[in-house]
Design a protein around this ligand. Structure first.
Ligand SMILES: [Zn+2]
Length: 356
């Protein structure tokens, strides 16, 4: 490539960053010009292309790219000293192209309207409202739990394989789309990641590949988590980039799913978030909540905790910190620590739409 063109591409990263800084002030524009228009076509198109393939194309692309980068760095190692300027230009132009593709294909969604604004619900709530929802969720979770196990101290085991669970995820969205038509999810593209073990060690239960729009679930996590994790990644796929918003939509998709095991996973997940927030606000109330929950439900919580504890390692916090910093740099001021916002969405949504 000509040097002039290469410099132009390399330094286009500066106007790109400036443009994003400006876009952060215009969420309504991003919502209409990207998230609810162009992005819909991008996501659908990619799901048509890659969704039907049983293997993760994104993971394969990442593998090939990593090999290419390592090879390139080895071949061009001497240029770092001899030809620093052009070496840097090569690297910067590659970063610049990647950055552009990342935003065009997915990441502008970080700059869209917050969900409570598009749903027209409040984002504040009182501890009383929170406790009231947690109590409703406890009753509902206990009821579903008992209808499955017929014994309050037995944990729920999924009767489906993990592949079957992934196949069932769209039904929850189909149900949800009766209230929220823009959450209709077709075609599907949800797969186990080839790099499940690495994801587990990094502390991630799934991710959305922004370049192929494939929803990736860590294949090692307990089956009980598949409905909510899979639905969480689908929410990302539908353009809800923020973690807490994907949690809210994902938990609703599982709670409203026609299958009782999905309902169980969804309600227990929402309850878990409420309990965490109650603990943060008032540990004494938290203590009074626990005896009300079936011990079988607590065993499912424990199962998940044990799973993550088994893979704990010194590098995990570093990966989490990196992802957290990335979110903060991408217009997500709360980073990963935004659980109370998912609870805010749950409380305010279910205050006006009570659980049945
Ligand atoms: Zn996520």
């Amino acid at each position: 490539m000509q040097n002039y063109k290469k410099s132009l591409i390399a330094f286009s990263i500066i106007p790109q960053i400036l443009l994003l800084k400006i876009l952060a002030n215009y969420p309504a524009f991003v919502e209409s010009a990207y998230s609810t228009s162009l992005y819909i076509y991008i996501s659908k198109g990619m799901r048509y292309v890659f969704g039907w393939l049983p293997i993760s194309v994104g993971d394969i692309l990442y593998t090939l790219l990593s090999i290419y980068i390592i090879r390139w760095l080895i071949i061009n190692r001497k240029r770092i000293i001899k030809d620093t300027k052009h070496w840097l230009l090569d690297v910067l132009s590659a970063i610049s192209i990647g950055y552009f593709a990342f935003h065009l294909l997915w990441a502008f969604n970080y700059y869209r309207l917050p969900l409570h604004e598009s749903l027209n619900i409040d984002k504040d709530y009182t501890t009383e409202e929170l406790v009231a929802l947690a109590e409703q969720l406890t009753t509902k979770t206990n009821t579903i739990h008992l209808s499955i196990t017929h014994n309050d101290s037995v944990k729920v085991d999924m009767p489906y394989s993990k592949a079957e669970l992934l196949e069932m995820i769209p039904e929850g969205y189909h149900q949800l789309s009766k209230t929220f038509p823009y959450l209709e999810y077709h075609p599907r593209s949800i797969k186990k990641s080839i790099y499940s073990l690495a994801l587990t060690y990094m502390g991630f239960s799934g991710y959305l590949n922004p370049f192929t729009n494939e929803a990736q679930v860590d294949g090692l996590i307990p089956s009980y988590k598949f409905p909510t994790t899979g639905s969480h990644e689908v929410a990302h796929q539908l353009g809800y980039a923020a973690e807490n918003e994907a949690n809210f939509i994902g938990s609703m998709a599982a709670m409203q799913h026609p299958d009782v095991y999905f309902q169980y996973s969804g309600h227990a997940f929402a309850l878990r978030h409420c309990l965490n927030e109650i603990y943060r606000r008032d540990p004494e109330i938290y203590e009074t909540m626990f005896p009300k929950i079936n011990s079988g439900v607590l065993k499912n919580y424990k199962e998940v905790q044990n799973f993550w504890n088994a893979y704990e390692n010194p590098l995990e916090p570093i990966f989490e910190k990196t992802f957290d910093s990335f979110l903060k740099a991408s217009n997500q001021s709360a980073g990963m620590e935004s659980y109370s916002y998912v609870v805010a969405l749950l409380v305010n949504y279910y205050t006006s739409n009570p659980l049945d």
